[in-house]
Design a protein around this ligand. Structure first.
Ligand code: BGC
Length: 252
């Protein structure tokens, strides 16, 4: 194993995906392995899948885990699309025990944003950049001059009297069998709301819905520049691996 190689797991409401990552380029260096998120998505059940995912890749180095909830210093602080028993669990300690790896946990949209700011659509972009992921929920990663403000949770803004992700996530499109046009209308309404609150310079959209950006992105009419994530749905894996990178000790 070289220092240039990392490993990331992206835990979502429906799938847990993992791969080795070249930390100098952001490219996946192994086949992406996906296992369905266990239901109920409890800490013990998910820890077993994390162990299986590193076992498949025979990984023993630093492990980055992108998690679909608020994560503060390794501790889970919310549970919108996972089992409620996660709240207040030290996920960092749990996964460190089950894998034996040096684990670094962070919110999944924050991870996706780190990857896009480093290698993708946000590379070199200053000002206010907002990563938004449209999947089972809506995740947000806010960057100011390239620095992450973690755990912004903008998928839970109120939209037309609902939790926004209930109306405008990719899952909502599938659940309500919406056409791309109908769904894009909801996403546009949501983006206009976020736009009014934050006046961002750039939106980067990722998550499951970013696999087919041509179907809906051209239908979005907002003031702010908006682009699809360059790494599509792999940015969570790449960002998690980057976040777990061992820090270089300061020169003596
Ligand atoms: C969670 C966020 C997460 C997003 C995307 C939301 O329901 O509250 O923490 O980033 O889903 O997975």
């Amino acid at each position: 194993m070289t220092d240039d190689l990392g490993f990331g797991i992206d835990i979502g409401g429906s799938g847990m995906k993992a791969a080795t990552v070249d930390l100098t380029t952001g490219k996946l260096m192994s086949k992406r392995h996906r296992i369905d998120t266990p239901q109920p998505a409890t800490p013990d059940a998910m820890a077993l899948v994390v162990r299986e995912l590193i076992g498949v890749h025979e990984w023993t180095g630093p492990l980055g885990v992108a998690f679909p909830a608020v994560v503060r210093h390794g501790v889970v602080g919310s549970a919108a699309n996972i089992d409620a028993s996660w709240i207040d669990v030290d996920a960092d300690a749990l996964f460190t025990t089950t894998t034996g790896c040096d684990v670094h946990m962070l919110n999944d949209a924050d991870a996706a944003g780190i990857a896009e700011m480093t290698f993708g659509a946000g590379r070199g972009r200053r000002g206010v950049v907002m990563m938004l992921t449209f999947g089972t929920g809506i995740g947000s990663g806010l960057f100011i001059d390239g620095v992450l403000v973690p755990n912004t949770e903008l998928g839970h803004l109120e939209l037309d009297g609902f939790d926004a992700e209930q109306r405008a996530s990719a899952k909502a499109r599938e659940r309500e069998s919406l056409s791309w046009q109908e769904w894009a209308g909801r996403v546009e309404r949501y983006l206009r709301h976020v736009e009014a609150l934050f006046s961002p310079d750039l939106f980067i959209v990722g998550g499951g819905a970013s696999k087919k950006p041509d179907k809906w992105l051209p239908k979005i009419d907002i003031e702010t520049e908006i682009v699809a994530a360059h790494m599509a749905n792999n940015s969570g894996i790449v960002g998690a691996a980057l976040a777990a990178r061992p820090t270089v000790p300061p020169a003596p």
